[in-house]
Design a binder for this molecule. Structure first.
Ligand code: HEM
Length: 403
């Protein structure tokens, strides 16, 4: 039974996610649907969507809801996506307790406060190197900084050679492309080929690390598998690939948006000062969240914000809408790094909350001041171009010049 027939009393809205007017600026649509209530039924997705900050947070934190499909499709041998599916199978994003907690604990080992803080000098060096290599004329900030910066950092974080960052970036882009609203056989084929190459490369590196462990995160995960916290090589591979992919894609978009917001911001120096930089990064993430929609399956009958849901329902969580909720951020359509702080949902909430949140924040807190102190005259020379992938809301191109 479709959500439409089960929840006929909810307001119905229609909006194609591939309509350029929409994905270029979804915030007007979000404002309209929040005015209709905590939940609406979005016909194009045949799904109920949580619209407000409160409803989205309640869905994400609810113990009877989860990311793993309630009725997983019968495992069909899909030859065309064999390698991709193998890497996705034990992804944290596809699991619920108890497996989720066990694998997440193994991965969390890499994200301790001390370890992340210890990365700061390396991150600053990577930012500096990339800025030094900027072309003298107009250039695309996304290509020259937003992509390579997190790719090099996550490569370094795992203890892989930085020279592999380009290849990892390519594999990651191809694999993540499969989650967009517009899919095609060509995209699927590319995602599967990249998954195969990615897994082959990691198996080779891990074979070396297994016999000669090093002081890096990859060696730690290999140890977790040897000691039984991770149950198989497949779990290990899925975890590494998820972290490498997630550690790259969303950060690219977060950096692109932040540059675009700050380039012409009149109080930029104050916003980037040591005392304000953390708040500025939070406001960038709130104002332009890179990931706009996730969903949860309902495992038992529940009531959320007075709305009953039945086992088997699926609820969309509109993070992009939640982050602009005027009930929490008055004048939420306005970028204001100096507004009173309130935690936002751009990095999620509940048991699947972003594992790399502290790394992502640190990357931005280092990059933004470094960039503008070395390029104080930066200006945007062409209207920025948004990517047509609605769920991953990011700039495809941001042409700037430094002098
Ligand atoms: C600004 C950059 C980032 C944003 C906006 C972001 C956003 C998110 C969000 C919203 C979720 C929750 C998804 C859900 O609830 O269904 C999530 C989960 C996740 N993120 Fe991030 N993320 C970012 C950077 C990173 C980085 C740098 C890493 C790794 C180094 C990472 C790794 C992960 C992983 C592994 C999960 C799944 C956690 C789980 O299911 O338990 N992310 N992220």
């Amino acid at each position: 039974m479709s959500a439409r027939s089960r929840l006929p009393h909810l307001p119905h809205v229609s909006q194609s996610p591939t309509d350029p007017d929409f994905f270029n600026d979804p915030y007007g649509f979000y404002r309209d649907i929040r005015a209709m209530g905590d939940f609406v039924y979005w016909t194009d997705y045949d799904m109920v969507m949580a619209t407000t900050h409160q409803a989205c947070a309640a869905v994400l934190k609810h113990p009877k809801l989860g990311r793993a499909a309630i009725d997983p499709a019968p495992v069909r041998e899909d030859e065309k996506l064999k390698h991709f599916k193998a890497l996705e199978r034990f992804s944290l994003l596809e699991l619920e307790p108890p497996d989720h907690g066990r694998i997440r604990r193994a991965a969390m080992g890499g994200f301790g406060r001390t370890r992340i803080a210890g990365l700061a000098p390396d991150i600053a060096r990577i930012a500096d190197d990339l800025i030094s290599d900027f072309p003298s004329g107009p250039f695309d900030f996304i290509e020259h900084f937003a992509h390579p910066y997190p790719a090099r950092i996550i490569t370094r974080f795992f203890g892989l050679p930085e020279s592999m960052a380009g290849a990892l970036q390519g594999w990651s882009n191809d694999m993540v492309a499969i989650y967009q609203a517009r899919r095609s056989p060509e995209l699927d084929a590319r995602a599967d080929a990249s998954a195969r190459e990615f897994a082959t490369y990691l198996r080779q590196v891990m074979a070396g690390r297994g016999s000669v462990p090093q002081e890096d995160f990859l060696s730690e995960l290999i140890k977790a598998e040897a000691e039984g916290t991770l149950h198989s090589l497949e779990e290990l591979l899925s975890t590494v690939v998820l972290l490498l992919n997630a550690g790259h894609e969303a950060t690219v978009h977060a950096l692109g948006h932040a540059m675009n917001l700050l380039a012409d911001f009149p109080e930029r120096s104050l916003a980037l000062s040591l005392e304000n930089i953390a708040a500025t990064v939070e406001e960038c993430l709130r104002f332009r969240p890179p990931l706009h929609m996730f969903h949860r399956d309902v495992y038992e009958d529940v009531v959320i914000e007075d709305q009953p849901f039945a086992r088997g329902d699926r609820i969309g969580v509109l993070l992009g809408s939640a982050c602009h909720d005027d009930a929490i951020w008055p004048d939420g359509e306005h970028f204001d790094p100096f507004r009173p702080r309130h935690s936002n949902l751009s990095l999620g909430s509940g048991i699947h909350v972003c594992i790399g949140a502290s790394l992502a924040r640190l990357e931005m807190q280092i990059a933004l001041p470094a960039f503008f102190s070395r390029c104080p005259n930066l200006r945007i020379v062409e209207p920025p171009k948004l990517s047509d992938r609605y769920h991953f809301h990011g700039l495809e191109k941001l042409m700037v010049r430094c002098s």
